[in-house]
Design a protein around this ligand. Structure first.
Ligand code: ADP
Ligand code: MG
Length: 301
């Protein structure tokens, strides 16, 4: 199940919680959404799950514009909200039966046995939810999100507040259940995206900062990002930079002026040699401190 998010914005009053967020998730991918508190992670997940309408923009699921009112749409999605709200007075099995009933699942008892087995709740089903440890409550939250076998699973900070042992178990569980499913989950822990995700979306202040593989993000987080301003006497095509290795991003700021971001040391000698080779006249070539990239580094540490 693929997910396409197109120019989604959400404002609360005058405040932008999401600002033209666009990205695509291929079917079967586990996508981690990484960002500090207030970045807009929960808002984004609520919108994709159909619990909140965007102020503008749209979400497509398997190429079809998502309509949260449609039952067929709800059936495809499993959602574990942040802070995992549960009925603490219900017994585990009682609660799961209630959820299964809402989805009108056939062979309810059989499906519940499967889900209890899958989420490792077997030893706890005789307890009330209120009596469970935080780790087991998260398993109940995962179980309710999975009971109707959705193809898209949306988990909002599923591991927050867990102790290290529970954390490892829940991560493993997410890995196990993610076969044949597209999974979106949010976290503010860098290590988590390495452990669980195929791709990482970094969100900061309502904007997408990066969408990369965990490996690439890890490299970025340990490497110093260098930023060089380069100006020529005449307009030059952006393509000319392609021959230089280690360039992460090119930002054109005028017809003949670029900011070049790299991670493999000083880019200036290479840029100078490139200009000579191509017979361009260099007017400016200097390296500068980058506050944007520094905050990016802070973010993904
Ligand atoms: N219901 C709401 N009313 C007003 N502002 C909100 C509401 N929900 C979230 N916000 C604001 O939107 C921004 C993004 O919040 P949220 O999506 O919860 O971020 P995250 O999950 O990354 O911590 C924050 O500045 C938050 O205060
Ligand atoms: Mg949140």
């Amino acid at each position: 199940m693929s997910v396409i998010v197109e120019e989604v914005s959400k404002t609360y009053g005058s405040q932008f919680a999401l600002d033209k967020v666009s990205f695509t998730v291929d079917s079967g991918t586990v996508l981690g959404i990484l960002g500090p508190n207030g970045a807009g992670k929960s808002t984004l997940l609520k919108i994709i799950a159909g619990y909140l309408r965007p102020s503008s923009g749209l979400v497509k699921i398997n190429g079809i514009i998502a309509d949260p009112e449609q039952l067929s749409f709800k059936r495809m999605i499993g959602y574990l909200p942040e802070n995992n709200p549960l009925y603490t007075d219900l017994y585990v099995r009682e609660y799961l039966r209630l959820v299964a009933g809402l989805y009108k699942i056939p062979n309810r008892n059989k499906r519940m046995d499967e889900i209890i087995e899958m989420t490792g709740l077997g030893s706890e089903i005789h307890k009330k939810i209120g009596a469970l440890s935080k780790g087991y409550r998260q398993r109940v939250g995962l179980a309710q999100a999975l009971v109707h076998d959705p193809s898209l699973l949306i988990l909002d900070e599923p591991t927050s507040g867990l102790d290290p042992a529970q954390l490892i178990e829940i991560r493993q569980l997410i890995r196990n259940i993610s076969t044949n499913k597209t999974v979106l989950f949010s976290t503010h822990i860098m290590q988590e995206v390495e452990a669980v995700c195929d791709r990482v979306l970094i969100l900061n202040q309502g904007k997408v900062v990066a969408l990369e593989t965990p490996d690439k993000i890890k490299k970025l987080s340990v490497q110093q990002i260098r930023k060089v301003t380069v100006e020529f006497s005449e307009p030059v095509p952006e393509m000319i930079f392609e021959t230089i290795s280690g360039i992460l991003k090119i930002e054109q700021i005028a017809a003949n002026k670029y900011i070049v971001y790299g991670s493999t040391g000083d880019l200036r000698p290479e840029l100078f040699r490139l200009a000579v080779k191509k017979k361009y006249t260099l007017l400016t070539l200097y390296e500068q401190e980058s506050s944007m990239e520094n905050s990016f580094l802070e973010l993904i540490k």
